[in-house]
Write a protein that binds this ligand. Structure first.
Ligand code: SAH
Length: 322
């Protein structure tokens, strides 16, 4: 292994945030098998040092109704291909109960982005009625008032919120979203969540068309600057019905980059929860388990009822994965 990579890993093992952005980029572009193996081993060592244990959260995708038109997403507002659904409170409570019976103490509620009183009240009612100790919400950008109402409704439960920034590059952000989407508004929402004491997570897609290695290195620095509690990221997977298509990187490259991003995020941030995403598993069977050995420690098995699963296709191949 080259002296400089060896030194980078040694420094990373001494303290958190001890890797300069240029070395993060150097590691991300390095394809030397022995360097990558050492990177993965170092990330695993940090996971152990920080006593990261495997956390499981039952994922429930309760609605695919979305007001946004993100250029990469299969459930975007303009997607002509899907039937829109919205689970009832009773259905949602039942699925949560099933997860609990299977031993889950945490659920993750995900859906399209809707800003309406009906949606706010629905989530509020669910949060106050569900009998599960830990809940993650992934329901997009909302007003401070809405975030506060949900926090109040979940009193006595541990509440987390995952809102991906998608990319920390403002330029790339504007290329993968329609003009009405605002990077600053999304970042503002992440900061709002933190200030309201949510356990806050964010993340990015890896291998987007036009994404540079430097952008990915900057994403890791962004996670540190925003002092995130969780990071959820995964490879970009092109979806037929969307305007954004060919990724810059092959599927093998996106898989490798995603694993390196997970390992480097663990090495850079140390004590943070990192999700091993479903999208990894779509690219390669078993990849989610590999991610758990190179820095990730959260897994989110899908509990969305079968009849809805096909309609929640953020990207192809997703619905086959439990
Ligand atoms: N709308 C909600 C959550 C639903 S989308 C929210 O904003 O939080 C959840 C995540 O799926 C997105 O944040 C995005 O990072 C990811 N995603 C969407 N389309 C994708 C694609 N084609 N490939 C990979 N990931 C995708």
């Amino acid at each position: 292994m080259s002296i400089s990579f060896k030194r980078t890993l040694e420094c990373a093992l001494e303290a958190p945030r001890n890797i300069p952005a240029r070395d993060l980029a150097g590691m991300l572009s390095c394809n030397d098998k022995s360097v990558v193996a050492d990177l993965f081993a170092a990330a695993n060592e940090v996971s152990k040092k920080c006593s990261k244990v495997l956390l499981k959260r039952a994922l429930i995708e309760f609605s695919n109704i979305c007001s946004r038109d993100c250029y990469y997403c299969g459930i975007r507002k303009s997607s002509p291909l899907i039937n829109r659904y919205h689970m009832t409170i009773e259905e949602l409570l039942k699925v949560s109960e099933e997860a609990k019976e299977e031993g889950f103490t945490a659920i993750a509620l995900q859906g399209g982005e809707i800003e309406s009183e009906a949606n706010t009240a629905f989530v509020e009612e669910f949060l106050s009625r569900v009998d599960i100790p830990e809940i993650t919400l992934s329901l997009g950008e909302q007003t401070t008032d809405v975030y506060k109402r949900w926090k109040d409704a979940a009193k006595g439960k541990l509440l987390r919120y995952l809102l991906r920034i998608e990319t920390s590059s403002t330029e790339l952000f504007s290329k993968i979203h329609p003009p009405e989407a605002s990077f600053n508004k999304r970042l503002g929402a992440i900061r709002k969540l933190k200030s309201l004491d949510y356990i806050t997570g964010s993340g990015v897609m890896i291998g987007l068309p036009g994404q540079a290695i430097d952008d990915l290195a900057n994403d890791i620095v962004f996670f540190g600057d925003e002092k995130l509690d969780m990071v959820g990221m995964g490879p970009y997977i092109p979806c037929d019905s969307t305007p954004l298509q060919a990724p810059t990187f092959s599927s093998q490259e996106r898989l490798e980059l995603s694993l390196k991003m997970i390992a480097l995020t663990r090495l850079y941030l140390w004590d943070v929860n990192i999700v091993s995403s479903t999208a990894l598993e779509v690219l390669s069977s078993g990849a989610r388990d590999i991610a758990l050995r190179v820095g990730a420690n959260v897994i989110m098995p899908n509990f969305t009822p079968n009849k809805y699963r096909l309609e929640y296709q953020l990207y192809p191949g997703k619905q086959q994965i439990k």
